[in-house]
Design a protein around this ligand. Structure first.
Ligand SMILES: *Cc1c(COP(=O)(O)O)cnc(C)c1O
Length: 502
């Protein structure tokens, strides 16, 4: 299987090249030229497999330049019971709210308690094998600018992976105390963590500049290294996410929640549009999905886009209690638009250029019609988010985090508006303990908040009796390894000295 750039049809690469390179030279994103088709027989076989078996099947159909042994090794190393707290890394939880059934796909049982582990635990293995095929003998240097979740998940994923080094920059005052402690206590021989005196945009701009400075690239090349990327537009982060939608469907059939062949809806709390796009890609392979319900917080640029066909990022930016969805440019939407525009690189390039220059574009009537038919967009604010957490816990004893609560709230709106009772899979993207303050406020309103993040975790545990995930519980007694803070201008020098190649 080969991959095209969304913005230049003449750019055609292998899976290994797409993963090693991350993004196309023309600025486009890599997409598979076609989607493997799963018929009844294939799905029946998948029903009998465990998560790893399902993952191996899906990976082998997309990564045709990988051997079966290579795929086996990647999957076995990534989704261990030790790392994901059980044999199924993405289990279903069944509950309801006010009579509406909720089939919750819990994607946060990995080492950093957020769904990004589902992809970032396997990406390093896919990447090292891809590098071997395309740039044999070189070590990959992963640079990450993070506002919190991605940095920690990438550090855990790349920790002690051979032939890789990872350096993470975060804004010194721009992450939560828990996120800071998660990163600064990171173990592993090949990891470096550094705060920068600036905000997230400064960190991101700094990283981009290092990537594109020829003198630095030369220095790396002299030392047999090259830069690579772990951010969410890498195909190696999207592919693992297709697996869990297929797996969730199989689990629901096996659990007697739906009949084989039944249609489902999916509900996804959305930021960069990667997670929901993966469910759409699964449907292109034959997964029977009727509606894709895209849930946003007050940064509702996607809700407006789905309703009007106009994407306009020129609007106020809100800092919310679901920070991983505080995004005004959803990068992976580009892949959906490419598909809906009939795989037209020219049209996609036009829209993306308009987004860059004017912050705005409008899709054609044909594309609007398909979006209307397949997608529902909705949003809720922080107050509604906390109200949802509170009701779900009070009525059903099910505790969810702020991002998941946005999805549940928008799903309630959807059912109310449409009367559609098709069984829905709701993606749950983080452990409630990762956002203890907002969750605690929701389930115990009026309670005086404890002083530290760890005290809030304990207080939430006392009230709810929900077990605290081991990776968060063990953090409390861990000593920080990293305390460097650097000026933005000094980031290139910091990278060279961290790699010992000044
Ligand atoms: C990253 C993230 C999201 C958004 O996912 P996208 O794939 O970017 O749409 C939602 N919830 C949590 C907890 C996240 O970390």
């Amino acid at each position: 299987m080969l991959y095209n750039s969304t913005q230049n049809a003449s750019e055609v690469v292998s899976a290994a090249q797409a993963i090693a390179q991350g993004i196309s030279k023309d600025g486009g994103l890599f997409v598979p030229q076609e989607f493997p088709q799963y018929d009844e027989e294939t799905f029946k076989a998948l029903l009998k497999m465990d998560y790893k078996g399902r993952a191996k099947k899906v990976f082998s159909d997309f990564l045709t330049d990988f051997t079966a042994e290579e795929i086996d090794e990647c999957v076995e190393k990534a989704y261990t019971a030790a790392k994901f707290g059980g044999e199924n890394p993405a289990p279903m939880a069944y509950t309801q709210l006010g009579g509406t059934k909720l089939n919750i796909l819990e994607l946060w049982h990995g080492p950093t308690c957020a769904f990004k582990d589902m992809a970032l635990q396997i990406l390093p293995h896919l990447l090292t094998k891809s590098l071997k095929k395309t740039y044999d003998g070189k070590d990959a240097v992963i640079l990450v600018a993070t506002s919190g979740d991605t940095g920690k998940a990438a550090l855990e994923g790349f920790k002690d992976v051979e032939h890789t080094k990872i350096i993470v920059f975060y804004p010194v005052d721009g992450v939560s105390p828990m996120q800071k402690h998660q990163m600064n206590t990171q173990e592993g021989k090949n990891v470096t963590v550094c705060a920068i005196k600036g905000n997230f945009d400064d960190a991101q701009t700094g990283v981009k500049k290092i990537f594109t400075t020829p003198a630095i690239a030369e220095k790396l090349a002299e030392n047999n290294m090259l830069f690579s990327s772990a951010n969410s537009i890498n195909w190696g982060r999207l592919l693992p996410q297709i697996v869990y939608y297929i797996s969730a469907y199989c689990d629901m059939v096996n659990d007697g929640k739906i009949a084989f062949g039944d249609k489902i809806n999916v509900v996804v709390p959305t930021g960069n549009f990667g997670n929901i796009l993966a469910s759409y890609y699964a449907s292109l392979m034959g997964l029977p999905v009727a509606k894709f319900i895209c849930a946003s917080n007050s940064n509702n640029v996607l809700t407006d886009f789905i309703n009007t066909g106009v994407y306009d990022k020129n609007r106020q930016f809100y800092t919310t209690m679901s920070p991983s969805m505080d995004i005004l440019v959803s990068s992976n939407l580009e892949r959906l638009l490419y598909k809906l525009a009939g795989n037209s690189d020219v049209t996609t390039h036009e829209w993306m250029t308009a987004l860059k220059t004017e912050g705005k574009y409008e899709v054609s009537d044909e594309v609007k019609a398909v979006i209307n038919e397949k997608f529902f967009g909705g949003f809720c604010d922080d107050e509604q988010t906390q109200d949802t957490i509170s009701r779900l816990f009070a009525q059903e004893g099910y505790l969810c985090d702020t991002h998941t609560a946005v999805a549940v709230n928008v799903y309630e709106q959807y059912v109310k508006n449409t009367g559609d009772t098709t069984p829905a899979v709701i993606a749950s993207t983080a452990s409630p303990y990762k956002f203890s303050k907002s969750v605690l406020e929701a389930v115990a309103p009026g309670k005086t908040l404890p002083a530290t993040e760890f005290d809030m975790v304990d207080a939430l545990n006392e009230i709810t009796n929900m077990p605290v995930p081991a990776p968060l519980a063990s953090l409390k007694d861990k000593k920080a390894r990293f305390s460097d803070v650097t000026e933005v201008d000094a980031m290139p020098q910091y990278v060279l000295s961290a790699l010992s190649i000044e």
